[in-house]
Ligand binder design. Structure first.
Ligand code: FMN
Length: 376
């Protein structure tokens, strides 16, 4: 019996299996608005049978975007553009997740495939209001950030809360706070990027303050019935930085504030560290945090194989797996994994003729239905 396909209930929401599409920036928006690319990209992964389809890092303010082409949710218009996609994801039996983000000192940079890299000048769509805990660049060719003031920190946490309200309006099921990969919240957590001497810097308690404040603000704006995840970089992979013990301590704290699951990634706050990459190389962080903080965890990073994913769940190393690049290679990975593990996953009626014998049918989606009105 496969464990990867066991449902999981978090608060009032049930995941049909343990597989999530990891957030992946598409750098394909104008003015932060979702468009047909996002509809097809996210929609096909819902057709593929994942339990949760996460949208990419979605900026809570315009200056919190990594690139000018990032997705955003800083206005109701942004939420409306996403609602159509959420509706389709629901029609496929998946849950819709949104990763709320502020890029901090990594904002205003070229998208990954641009021939130019690093800071993007205003003439090419960049901006100068790049904010960070301390005025330290990520690396030489990156924007020079300005030290964010206390009032601005409060404004950012309120922007996360406003984004959470809009996410609810758009009928998202799960929010993930992005506190990983060297973006704003992680920049506060890590002593490498946080040299502040006020109540947001120095001790663990102070460095973790913005993470706690963000959780509190989002939780107040997000229904009790809905799950809240947090993605962290469990280690900076360098002595003197953020590490797995601090991650477990943070998990214990945010659990009491209403975070349900820690999504355990790593790295990104400083360049040039060596990371021992290999299959499941970050799973040990999910396992440690799950054991030490008594919280649900997600494992991400080079999980590509169905037996490997099933093993992670079966041996209690994590409660869900998140797949990124493998989902780009194969949007129907969950259907493939089900076949390999002998589980009868439901197939869209439209694709049933290609399904293994006796696969249950997913009802066809009514083509012209309007998005359901989200409940209050
Ligand atoms: C194209 C692409 C875009 C990504 N964008 C995001 C993002 O928006 N937010 C995030 O937390 N991680 C992002 N990541 C990291 C992935 O979510 C994931 O953590 C990482 O790729 C490792 O998983 P994998 O080995 O399954 O690809 C991105 C990765 C890729 C390949």
């Amino acid at each position: 019996m496969s464990h990867l396909f066991e449902p999981l209930t978090i608060r009032a929401v049930t995941l049909r299996n343990r597989i999530a599409v990891s957030p992946m920036c598409q750098y394909s928006c104008e003015d932060g608005l979702a468009n047909d690319w996002h509809f097809v990209h996210l929609g096909s992964r819902a057709v593929g049978g994942a339990a949760i389809v996460f949208c990419e890092a979605t900026a809570v303010t315009p200056e919190g975007r990594i690139s000018p082409e990032d997705l955003g949710i800083w206005s109701d218009r942004h939420a409306e553009a996403l609602a159509r996609i959420v509706h389709f994801i629901h029609q496929q039996g998946s849950l819709a997740g949104i990763q709320l983000a502020h890029a901090g000192r990594k904002a205003s940079t070229y998208r990954t495939w641009s021939p130019k890299q690093g800071a993007i000048p205003p003439a090419e769509g960049g901006w100068t209001n790049v904010l960070a805990p301390s005025a330290i660049k990520f690396q030489e060719n990156y924007p020079q950030p300005r030290e964010i003031t206390r009032d601005e920190i409060h404004a950012v946490t309120q922007a996360f809360a406003a984004a959470a309200r809009r996410a609810r309006e758009a009928a998202f099921d799960v929010i993930e706070i992005h506190a990983a990969h060297g973006y704003l919240v992680h920049e506060f957590l890590s002593p490498f990027s946080n040299r502040r001497t006020d109540e947001f810097g120095g001790s663990f308690d102070n460095r973790a303050r913005i993470a706690r404040d963000t959780v509190k603000a989002v939780r107040a704006a997000w229904p009790d019935s809905q799950p809240l995840f947090m993605r962290i970089s469990a280690t900076d992979w360098k002595e003197g930085g953020w590490d797995p013990d601090q991650s477990a301590a943070l998990a214990r704290e945010v659990k009491t504030l209403g975070v349900d699951l820690m999504d355990c990634s790593s790295g990104g706050v400083i360049p040039g560290v060596s990371i021992p990459m290999g299959p499941g190389y970050q799973t040990k962080f999910a396992e440690k945090i799950r054991r030490e903080a008594g919280i649900l965890t997600g494992s991400v990073g080079m999980i590509t194989d169905s037996a490997q994913a099933d093993h992670i769940i079966r041996t209690g190393q994590a409660d869900i797996v998140l797949l990124a690049r493998e989902m780009l290679r194969d949007p129907y990975w969950p259907l493939r994994a089900a076949r390999e593990l002998g589980h009868a996953a439901s197939w869209p009626a439209q694709y049933l003729r290609a399904a293994p014998d006796n696969s249950p049918m997913r009802e066809p989606a009514a083509p012209n239905r309007e998005p359901a009105k989200p409940s209050a």
